[in-house]
Design a protein around this ligand. Sequence first.
Ligand code: NAD
Length: 426
Amino acid sequence: MMAVKRRSSHDVLLSTALENFYNAAEEMGLEDDLIEILSRSERRVCVSIPVEMDDGTVRVFDGYRVVHSSALGPAKGGIRFHPQVSLDETEALAFMMTWKCSLAGIPYGGGKGGVCCDPLELSLKEKERITRTFAARIEPFVGAWSDVPAPDVNTGPQEMVWFMDTISKIRGHLDPAVFTGKPVSLWGSKGRNAATGLGVATCALELLRVMGKDPKTATAAVQGFGNVGSFTAKFLHDAGVKVVAICDITGTYYCKDGIDVNKAMAHTQSNPKKLLEGYTQPGLEKRGPEEVLFLDVDVLLPCAMEGTLNKTNADKVKAKYIVEGANGPLTPEADEILKSKGIPIVPDFLANSGGVIGSYFEWCQNLAGFFWSEEEYNQRLVTIMKSNFQRVWEYSKEKNVLMRRAAFMVAIKRVADAVKMRGVFL
Ligand code: NAD
C-alpha cells in the first residue's frame, strides 16, 4: 500500500494534534487504512443559532459539534463558549478527546462542541437563549448512547442544566445522562469538583513511587490555583508532600517549610475574585508569577494554561519531574528542551483525565439512577488513575519511548483494535 498522505491544517491546534497522531501511529506500525480512518472525524455538525438579544435585535451565532470517533462508545467532550471557537479548533479538541478517553480506559469515544460568542458581552438571559437554541439544533446528534457533552471554557453546571432541560422537553421525558457536569442537586455527582486535581495528584504520587522517592520527603510547586491547581496541591499536601510554592495570576507564594494549602484554599474561597492576593502565613515570600516554574523542587505541576513553558523559559526549569495538570502547558519546543534535560513528563491527557473519568462516573450514576458517596467516587477514581499511569509507564519502558509517546500509542491501539473488530461498514 502507498504511504498515507498526511492531512494538514492551517489551525495550529489541529495540525499539532494530527502530527502527534501520525508520528505515534507510524512508530507503532499502524496499518495505513486505520491511519486514514482515525485521522478524520466521523461527524462535523455546523449550526446557526439565531438569538433575540435583550435590546430586541437578532444575532446569529455559529455553533459546532464534532464527533471524532465513536469506536469505543458514545462520544464525550465539552462545549465551550468563546470568541475563538471554530470548526478546526473543535475538531482538534474532539480528536484529543478520543485519545484521552481511550487512555483513561472508559467506554467513550471523542467529541467536542462550541459556540463562537463572547460570554463577557452576554447577559444571563442571552446566554440561556444561546444555550437552549444550540441544544435544539444539535438535539438529533446528542444522547446518552451517541454523544454526551460536558462543560468546557465558559460553560458550567448552569449551562448543562439548560442543555439537559431543553433536550428533555423536546424528547418528552427527563434525559439526565445526555450531559455531564450537572450540579449535585440535579443529577450531578459528589466528588466531580475535585476529580481532575485528585487525578493529577495521583499521577504525581505514582511518578514519585516509580522513581523510588518517598512522598514525605518530596517537594512540589504548583502553577495555577483554580479548580485543577488548588485540588492538586491539596491532595499532594494530604499525602505528605511538601508543597513549597503555589501561584496564580497575582504571583508566586513560596514558603520553604511548606504552604498551608487548606488555609490558602479557604483564602481564595473568601476572595471575591477567587485569587491568592493578600494570602499570608509565617515564612511566606511573594515572588513574580513565573518564578514558580523555575524552583528547585522534585515535582513541578503546571495547572494554569496552555503554552506556559515554551522555548523562551523551558531551559530555566530545575524541577526533577513535571506532571501536566493543564491542557498543553508545554509547547513542542519546550518539550524538546526538557527532553534533552532528561526530565520525565507525565502528559496532560493522562495526568488530567480525572475530570473525564469523573464525568463517566456521573453518566453511570444517571443511567442507574443510583448515586455514590464522595468516598466511593474518590476511591474508584484513584484506582483507575493508578492503573492507567502504570500501563503507560510500563509501555514506555518496554518500547523505550517517552511517556507522551507511550500514552499516544496505548490510546491509539485501543481505538484501532475497536475499529478493526467492529469493521468499517458505517
Ligand atoms: P481555573 O480558571 O479554575 O484556574 C486557572 C488558574 O490559573 C487560576 O488560578 C489563574 O489565576 C491561574 N493563571 C492563569 N494564568 C496564569 C499565569 N499566566 N500565571 C500564573 N497563573 C495563572 O481553570 P481550571 O479549571 O483549573 O483549568 C486549568 C487548566 O486545566 C486548563 O488548561 C484546563 O483546560 C485544564 N483542565 C481542566 C479540567 C477541569 O476539570 N477543570 C479538566 C482537564 C483539564
